[in-house]
Write a protein that binds this ligand. Sequence first.
Ligand code: MHQ
Length: 264
Amino acid sequence: HDLMAIHCYNAPEDTYAFYPHSVRNIEDLCASIVRSHRETSQHRLEELQALRWKLFSREEIQAYQSKSVDEMWQHCAIRLTDAVQYVVEFAKHIPGFRMLSQNDQIALLKTGSLEVVLVRMSRFFNTENNTVFFDGKFAGSEVFKSLGCGDLIEAVFDFAYGMCALKLTEQQIALFSALVLINADRPCLEDRGRVQRVQRSVELGLTHILHRDNQENLMHKLYQRMAVLRSLCSLHMEKLHWFSQRYPLTAHSLFPPLYKELFV
Ligand code: MHQ
């Protein structure tokens, strides 16, 4: 049970996270979330910016395209699982998350971690040529051809493009990611009331940041993005189901344990 590693028995008493009455506390909450985002973001924006024209060569693209379906699925599942592990680290440092029961922490990560990975993908995306930083270079959607799920890939790339169009700051991305994760409407929660209190505090944080940035109009667009995220995740589950029926052996023995635990 890899997700067990997230459990923490005696979380520090960051109780203010549940009722951030004063602006000072909201600012502390935002600062914690932004710090956690920064420390778990895999690559800094300047780093990605410097690499943005490092593209895969024709030969390298061909090598990805000539992989077998199961080889490419395994490869992507490993990359995705890496990214999920950083999201688990991010979650652990959202004030209030560690006060939730282990069951509820796992339930939130099961439904939300892929969504946060997809939000984070916008940081890794170059809209000038529709490529994503993957395996050390920028890759267009054709790199993923051998997965055999072009509709999922197109939808994921479209989503990244749309997120980029919002031109969010790192702080806004951090708070939005936290809100995607801490969602009291997720299935299988034990203590919905407690999750709701943490969710409200994160919502206050995001509202505060958008107000400060004079971009309150973004809130409505972000809620729309959340609905799209949900549909992308169900499309991923659909494709995974299709894949594991065709290649049960790969799905069972070659997928990373955390990937199986979250999705299979
Ligand atoms: C992250 C870094 C990162 C890592 C992996 C079929 C299947 C298993 C997956 C990237 C869908 C294929 C993913 C690898 C494809 C859409 C997946 C495979 C930000 C996100 C990013 C770049 C992932 C984006 C989505 C990718 C490309 O911190």
